[in-house]
Design a protein around this ligand. Structure first.
Ligand code: NOJ
Length: 535
């Protein structure tokens, strides 16, 4: 059986409202994204993940959904969505949309009705109690919300919210809510999406377990069945932020989620960068559970949220904080960092390339956030996680070319000061420069797609004898690829005991020109990396 297509893919995450504005109203929109598809095709991404673009009061970046089957009026229409899908598919690009069914906005008509009327058919869509102190659920926004229960005056009861108080949790044990989830999935699948990014899947399962459901993962299998019924190439990409020994259950028997975000690799990658050693990465790769044939890890460096360090020990987390977020304003929720990668690395191009070279070569499917390919920065003056959600920097024109609005302020300010300012850091400038990070991404993504050993082959770590260097061998159909990375700021030379290429080795990607591999001996500059292939 052929491995699923997505194992050789690269996914690109877009917040439509900050990507590209076609109608000059200050918000990015689906029409703007459709215009940008040529850019994304050239970049070499295979699949887009669109963050929520649904009607919403936008108090949680659109994750506070007020209608699961519509488009926010500032972002476009369903007709615009259909056009986007048709154009993306024409270019061979798949589209995933966010499935946010852990909660709704308080503005959702279901919740409005549920809180106002005890007899409402929507009352049981939500979870109510008269005794909040009898429950122990934690809240996922520890520094923002004291409790996961909020008293509602109209209802005269307390409702559960794992996130903000304006996001009441849905009662996924209710068969009618299950039916709504099914209807939402079918709605978007019929419009041509390839699948979904499943928000907060760990809470879906936890809530079911708390109701005494003996099979709380059944909901995830139902989701998989819906996707599989509609498409042979369907994908469920899930956020399952759980303890490491519970992760495998979210793949199920290859019948639940296809892809799981690799929060463990991400946190350990930053520990490795802080220590200038590779062993936190090799160690965590050895501890992750095996993936099923039809599934894999979704690896990422930064996403639209905080850099989540909750799975590190307190000492390890402090090391990462010390290295990359020494100031309190750079931290969030007591567990994370609200910066993008390049400012954390002080714009050091060698280290930025090193990190993305690792991301594209380690086992799993890489997920790139919009603007990562440019090395975009952050704006710590913006509240909370909005620091990393500034508009895409297209050109040195006003509003970074993101929006031509003259009448309304753009949804969020563009980064206009410092080394990451749009006037110097933008798509236009980087396309004109063969040596830019954007050009590097185009080459690296193309190479990853062509050298299917990484995505579709067998891979194993090689012993380097040096805790600062990580080496991996990927093989498929008599072709092989060695990827090797030096996380230290010192030059390194390693000898790989088991390096036996089945053909003349060829340097495919590296931070610099190197002397050819000699036997198993390789040299690496400080923060150097090499991809060497044969066959
Ligand atoms: C996870 C999303 O990534 C995050 O941005 C959001 O705040 C929560 N889910 C709540 O939906």
């Amino acid at each position: 059986m052929e491995p699923p297509w997505f194992k050789n893919a690269a996914i690109y995450c877009i917040a439509v409202e900050t990507f590209r504005d076609a109608n000059a109203d200050g918000w990015g929109d689906l029409a703007g994204l459709t215009e940008a598809l040529g850019y994304l095709e050239e970049l070499g991404v295979d699949c887009l993940w669109l963050e929520p673009f649904y009607p919403s009061p936008m108090r949680d970046n659109g994750y506070d959904v007020a209608d699961h089957r519509g488009v926010h009026p500032r972002i476009g229409t369903l007709a615009d969505f259909d056009h986007l899908i048709a154009e993306a598919n024409r270019r061979g690009i798949a589209v995933l949309v966010d499935l946010v069914v852990n909660h709704t906005s308080v503005e959702h008509p279901w919740f409005r009705s549920a809180r106002a009327d005890p007899g409402s058919e929507y009352r049981d869509y939500y979870i109510w109690t008269d005794e909040p102190q009898a429950h122990r659920e934690p809240n996922a926004m520890p520094t923002e919300q004291d409790s996961p229960w909020t008293y509602d005056e109209a209802a005269g009861r307390w409702y559960l919210h794992r996130f903000y108080a304006h996001e009441p949790d849905l009662n996924v044990a209710n068969p009618r809510v299950r039916q709504e989830i099914r209807a939402t999935m079918e709605f978007w699948l019929e419009r041509g999406v390839t699948g979904f990014r499943v928000d907060a899947s760990q809470f879906l399962v936890q809530k079911l377990a708390e109701t005494g459901d003996s099979d709380p993962h059944r909901l995830l299998r139902e989701m998989r069945a819906i996707v599989s019924r509609c498409r042979t190439d369907g994908v469920l990409l899930a956020e399952a932020d759980v303890e490491i020994d519970q992760l495998q259950a979210f793949f199920g028997n290859d019948d639940e989620m296809h892809l799981l975000f690799n929060f463990y690799l991400d946190a350990n990658l930053f520990l490795a960068l802080a220590r200038k050693r590779a062993d936190p990465v090799s160690r965590i790769l050895g501890q992750l559970p095996a993936v099923p044939r039809g599934g894999h890890w979704a690896n990422f460096v930064r996403n639209q949220d905080e850099l989540n360090l909750s799975h590190l020990s307190d000492e390890e987390r402090d090391e990462v904080f010390e290295a990359f977020a020494p100031r309190e304003q750079e931290r969030i929720f007591g567990r994370g960092i609200r910066r993008r990668l390049p400012p954390m690395l002080e714009g050091d191009r060698r280290r930025i390339e090193l990190v993305y070279s690792l991301l594209l070569s380690l086992p799993g499917v890489p997920v790139i956030g919009y603007g990562d390919e440019l090395g975009m920065g952050d704006d710590l003056e913006l509240a909370e996680r909005y620091s990393v959600r500034t508009p895409m920097q297209w050109s040195p024109a006003a509003n970074a070319g993101f929006s031509e609005t003259t009448t309304e302020a753009p949804l969020r300010p563009v980064i206009a000061r410092g080394p990451f300012a749009y006037e110097r850091l933008n798509v236009e400038a980087q396309l004109a420069d063969e040596h830019s990070l954007l050009r590097w991404f185009q080459r690296a993504l193309r190479l990853r797609r062509e050298r299917t050993e990484i995505g579709l082959g067998e891979s194993r770590m090689l012993e380097t004898g040096d805790p600062t260097v990580i080496a991996q061998l990927c093989e498929r159909d008599r072709r092989g690829l060695l990827t090797i990375h030096n996380l230290s700021d010192e030059p390194r030379a390693v000898t790989l005991a088991t390096f036996e290429p089945a053909g003349p080795p060829e340097e495919l990607l590296a931070d610099d020109d190197y002397a050819p591999v000699d036997g198993g001996r390789l040299e690496l500059h400080p923060y150097g990396y090499r991809w060497v292939g044969w066959g």
